[in-house]
Design a protein around this ligand. Structure first.
Ligand code: KE4
Length: 421
């Protein structure tokens, strides 16, 4: 496979951009290859600057549920450009998008638009702290919620309840307000509530974990979190940056029938442009400035082009609910292929991960047993066969409405070939 131009582009980029990329996972470090610089994408396909074509299952890490460069979305954004790129003033389109989100997600009664998932999560947590007057939050090992300081943490030593920084540049003080529990382990959550009683403002969870690879909630886990937060006056936040509008039009809340107090959204809600959102019960959201005392702001919040891309995307998904059954059917075909190849697989609709583990993956501990070298070899083999999956064992595969049955069949064959089947 020709990669000369990507190699040259990567060498040049590294002179100007840390690691040559604007987000670490794009550097292909965990698969030990040179990242492929992208030229263009359309539908289920993506082309790199060396002219190689791939069937794309990264889908920009989730946003491109309709496939790349959907005609209707592109046309709407092109039209919007002619009215100006950004005003820093309210527009009616922002209200339209807010109404669509509120109609789609029952847990959201009021919503604030921001520019990234990180910003949405950071703001939701600040709102929960402002609403409860409490400081501590619980997150789960293996869940990723963006790169705000208080969330770049990991569990402290056995005796410590508080977390410790999981990144340089995060002061221990910032980590000390975050408690780390274990996903799918109710006892680890109960222990923290016993020890920290009335200090916990919120529990934030990926309702389907997708940042340790895909790990669905064990039966009853989300319902347990709903109950224990209710009992302790803590805010339950579903981080649906990945699952929102992906698992169902109403996201994980609809998919599992569990209603949190707040929801963060990103990726699909912006149709691939820089837009995310956080929302929840009106009584919580009323603490947000200028209505209330919790400050949150943003120059490009509700940007008209990003709102246009998000609005068009949601309108297409709402108008074509059959898309979700199709996404599930295609996801199931890929799951079956991985199983036939002898892999452990976790899937929730069009979100899936094949694990290079000896055992099924049900939590962070079992995910960590993955053979990342074997994953790297699989990744390289899939790339050679024209299949572009996430360059990390601990990311997800995303299927889009643009993936055809022929795409899926070609991918099935590539999966089996990787296993010598
Ligand atoms: P962003 O700030 O990257 O828009 O969103 C942060 C975020 C929040 N919550 C969840 C559940 C997320 O998965 C993310 C970001 N997802 C990663 C992929 N696992 C983005 C890819 C990247 O970091 O480049």
């Amino acid at each position: 496979m020709e990669t000369k131009r990507s190699e040259a582009a990567f060498s040049e980029a590294k002179q100007y951009i840390p690691g040559g990329v604007n987000s670490p996972v794009r550097a292909f470090r965990s698969v030990g290859l040179t990242p492929h610089f992208i030229e263009r994408a359309k539908g289920s396909r993506i082309w790199d600057i060396d002219g190689n074509e791939y069937i794309d299952y990264v889908c920009s890490w989730g946003p491109c549920i309709l496939g790349h460069a959907h005609e209707q979305v592109v046309k709407a954004v092109q039209e919007a450009c002619t009215y100006g790129l950004s005003y820093g003033a309210p527009t009616e389109k922002e209200t339209e998008l807010a109404k669509e989100i509120i109609e789609a997600v029952p847990a959201i009664e009021k919503v604030r638009l921001v520019s990234s998932g990180t910003e949405a999560v950071m703001s939701a947590i600040r709102a929960a702290r402002g609403y409860t007057g409490r400081s501590k939050i619980i997150k789960f090992a293996g869940n990723y919620h963006g790169h705000s300081d208080g969330l770049l943490v990991k569990a402290g030593s056995g005796l410590m309840t508080e977390s410790i920084p999981d990144s340089a540049g995060v002061p221990a003080e910032y980590a000390s307000c975050t408690l780390t529990a274990q996903y799918n382990d109710p006892a680890s959550v109960e222990k923290l509530f016993e020890e920290e009683k009335d200090a916990i403002a919120a529990v934030i969870v990926e309702p389907v974990a997708a940042n340790m690879g895909v790990v669905p909630p064990a039966p009853g886990f989300l319902e347990f979190l709903r109950d224990i937060t209710e009992q302790n006056g803590a805010v339950l936040i579903f981080d649906e940056v990945i699952t929102g509008f992906r698992l169902a039009y109403g996201g994980a809340g609809e998919y599992f029938g569990v209603k949190p107090d707040m929801v963060t959204l990103g990726k699909i809600v912006g149709g691939g442009m820089p837009l995310a959102a956080y929302g929840g019960k009106a009584e919580i959201m009323q603490v947000i400035a200028p209505e209330g005392p919790v400050y949150q702001a943003g120059t490009l919040s509700g940007n008209p082009l990003a709102v246009t891309a998000g609005l068009e995307t949601l309108r297409i998904l709402k108008k074509h609910p059959e898309i979700y059954a199709e996404l599930d059917r295609k996801g199931q075909k890929l799951e079956e292929a991985f199983r036939a190849a002898g892999r452990n697989v976790n899937r929730a609709g069009s979100l899936l991960s094949a694990f290079f583990t000896e055992q099924p993956v049900t939590d962070y501990r079992s995910a960590q047993t993955a053979d990342t070298k074997a994953f790297a070899a699989y990744f390289a083999r899939m790339l050679e066969q024209g299949i572009y999956v996430a360059p990390s064992q601990f990311e997800a595969m995303f299927v889009s409405a643009a993936h055809t049955d022929e795409d899926i069949e070609a991918t099935v064959q590539a999966i089996l070939a990787c296993a010598g089947k």
